[in-house]
Design a protein around this ligand. Structure first.
Ligand SMILES: [Zn+2]
Length: 142
């Protein structure tokens, strides 16, 4: 058995993951938390997939493209769910609703992030997408 990763079992694991995702160097993290930089390098592979994915999403949000794609995804999920419901396939419908919820959450995060960036840039262009999400969420909430 390979030796357990010292960073994974460290109480700083979460902080270190965040620092890694934020692009901090192995050496800087290693010296900050008292690890060997090779250990930090090895630990890079242990960052939970969810976190890495979230980071990816944040990167992609820099393009409006993701918003379009997410909307498409949402439309597809909604129509599949509707069809499943009409066909009496409740299992698929329920899982479809779960997917819609996930997509809406993603869309919200994307929009919040875009709003933050737009604010930083001093433009008001994020208003449209935000309203779209608010509408979509309200529809699903009742
Ligand atoms: Zn690790």
């Amino acid at each position: 058995m390979a030796r357990q990763c010292q960073i994974c079992i460290s109480k700083h694991c979460e902080e270190i993951n965040r620092a890694l995702l934020a692009g901090e160097s192995n050496r800087s993290i290693a010296s900050k938390y008292g690890f060997d930089h090779n250990a930090v390098q090895r630990h890079r592979k242990h960052i939970p997939a969810v976190l890495a994915k979230a980071k990816e999403v944040m990167e992609i949000t820099k393009s409006d493209d993701l918003l379009e794609q997410t909307r498409d995804l949402l439309n597809q999920a909604q129509s599949i769910t509707d069809e499943a419901r009409k066909a009496g396939d409740l299992r698929t419908a329920v899982s479809g609703i779960g997917q819609i919820k996930n997509i809406l959450e993603l869309l919200m995060k994307v929009n919040l992030e875009m709003a933050r960036m737009a604010e930083a840039k001093g433009t008001g262009e994020s208003r449209g997408p935000i309203q779209f999400v608010q509408m979509a969420v309200q529809q699903r909430d009742d």
